[in-house]
Ligand binder design. Structure first.
Ligand SMILES: Nc1ncnc2c1ncn2[C@@H]1O[C@H](COP(=O)(O)OP(=O)(O)OP(=O)(O)O)[C@@H](O)[C@H]1O
Ligand SMILES: [Mg+2]
Length: 483
């Protein structure tokens, strides 16, 4: 990550009076200037994460400790937007060419002409400002792209993504809540990608996946011998995520001890490795996510109040998919487009009844479940459109809200067989005994309905003319009795 910075210049020169003279002149004209007399000290300074990268580094080629090329490499490795000016001996064209080849922005010849020096430094600073501008534009484009990857036009979703983009440039902790599969991780990654940290690491830790000691070691790292099995020192995720974003997933599952340690990191950015004594610092930006009701956990004393408020500085909530029917349809089409590009997949749309079926489901697994469902349907659908019969809703569908108009279970219970039979008969009547239409009304295949009809012994006169396999012969009227 490279934070935006003021004009900051580093002068590296071992000749004391020359260095002071340059620094003085540049300071007068450009402000902030640091000076260093040795190459190795300059390299150490450039690598120090606590010091902001310089806009311009002006370095002699021959230096004690490390040469100017090493200084140049260190500066560019830290932030490739840093412009490095190499000072070369008068008339040494070859050295100058080498300098440019190794990535220097420009070179200045010794003995120095101060006007020339200022001109070149000024040019280097302008160049740097331009790069910053390009960077800002690029960041905006990347943020827009990341936001567009989050599909759905519902107001609640768009509000959530706008908020994510607005807070992205800050270092504020963000809490993302929502049921499983609602897109919390997607929003966390939007926050990262829309932030100035986007080139830094995006590190994820699932706090529910590990027992306490292992989780703490995962987060904070450990020293050798900190616990049985810790045979080597290991850096934790907080260290790894420095300069980037750390997603703490399932934050509601933290133990009390880990909550206390996390609070300290959030307050002071400080922590210890397990078994370690030295205090380490991290500048990782924290995004916490949970599908638990953190407010409720807090009220029940299971989640520290102070930590709760620390995490809850900015809260982004993603409502469940069943509350966003517009998103549901957008997402179904989006996944269909994404998935149909494989050979043998014909479907390019949904029938209205298929969409109705999707809308009627409770989607306990939210977007993830929808994607899986569309994927299955694409594989099953023989034609150009996915029909409701191609949509297989798996287990948790039982939790779907009762479709409108259906009776509930009577207090004393009832016979499922009777209800089934009643509904089959009703569907048949409504479909004028055309089994194909009735099967669609019931959301089952024609074969299945035919099997049920035979099992229930239902007959109708119009079926006599049909293939004998369709239904058994029987009384001329619809009959609930076995023929
Ligand atoms: N609005 C959306 N647009 C496109 N894809 C989405 C959207 N919401 C979720 N997804 C996709 O659905 C899947 C689940 O999303 P994600 O992993 O972000 O959910 P989550 O809330 O973190 O779930 P969990 O609590 O189970 O970790 C991912 O494949 C994600 O890309
Ligand atoms: Mg997740």
């Amino acid at each position: 990550m490279s934070p935006p910075m003021a004009a900051r210049i580093l002068v590296v020169e071992d000749n004391d009076s020359l260095r002071r003279g340059m620094a003085l002149a540049l300071r007068e004209r450009f402000g902030d200037v640091d000076e260093v007399a040795r190459g190795d000290a300059a390299v150490a300074r450039l690598c120090d994460a606590e010091i902001e990268p310089y806009a311009v580094v002006l370095t002699d080629l021959r230096l004690p400790g490390a040469d100017g090329v090493a200084v140049l490499r260190a500066a560019r490795a830290r932030d490739e937007r840093t412009s490095v000016l190499l000072m070369t001996a008068f008339g040494s064209v070859e050295t100058a060419v080498d300098a440019m080849r190794s990535g220097a922005f420009d070179f200045v010849e010794k003995p120095l002409d101060l006007d020339q020096l200022e001109l070149r430094v000024s040019r280097a600073l302008d160049h740097r400002a331009l790069l910053d501008e390009v960077n800002v534009l690029r960041a905006e484009r990347e943020a827009r792209r990341a936001e567009e990857e989050i599909v759905g036009s519902s107001r609640v979703l768009r509000d959530a993504t706008h908020l994510a983009r607005r807070v992205a440039p800050t270092r504020s902790t963000v809490l993302v809540t929502g049921e499983t599969g609602t897109g919390k991780e997607l929003v966390a990654s939007l926050i990262h990608r829309a932030s100035p940290r986007r080139e830094g690491p995006f590190v994820k830790v699932n706090c529910a996946a590990l027992p306490e000691t292992l989780l703490e070691s995962e987060l904070f790292g450990h020293e050798r011998g900190a616990f049985t099995g810790a045979d080597r020192r290991r850096a934790g995720r907080f260290e790894e995520a420095s300069g980037g974003t750390l997603l703490l997933d399932e934050i509601g599952d933290l133990s009390a001890a880990t909550q206390a340690k996390l609070l300290r990191v959030l307050q002071d950015q400080e922590f210890h490795r397990l078994g370690g004594t030295s205090t380490l610092r991290t500048d990782a930006r924290i995004v916490a996510a949970t599908n638990a009701d953190l407010e409720q956990k807090r009220a029940a004393g299971l989640f520290r109040e102070d930590l709760y408020f620390r995490l809850n500085v900015i809260h982004i909530h993603l409502p469940p998919l069943r509350e966003r029917p517009d998103d549901l349809v957008d997402l179904a089409h989006h996944f269909l487009r994404e998935l149909r590009d494989a050979p043998g997949r014909a479907a390019s749309g949904f029938t209205e009844r298929a969409l109705e079926r999707l809308r009627g489901h409770a989607w306990p697994g939210n977007v993830r479940e929808l994607r899986n469902t569309v994927e299955r349907a694409v594989l099953l659908a023989p034609g150009a459109r996915i029909r409701h019969t191609d949509i297989v809703l798996s287990g948790p569908a039982a939790r779907a809200p009762r479709p409108e108009g259906l009776p509930g279970l009577p207090p004393d219970g009832c016979s499922l067989a009777d209800v089934e039979r009643h509904l089959v008969l009703e569907a048949l009547r409504r479909a004028d005994f055309v089994q194909k239409d009735a099967s669609e009304l019931l959301g089952v295949s024609r074969r299945k309905l035919n099997y049920m009809i035979r099992r229930m012994g239902i007959t109708h006169r119009s079926w006599r003319r049909n293939r004998s396999g369709e239904a058994g012969d029987g009384p001329a009227e619809v009959s609930g009795e076995t023929p």
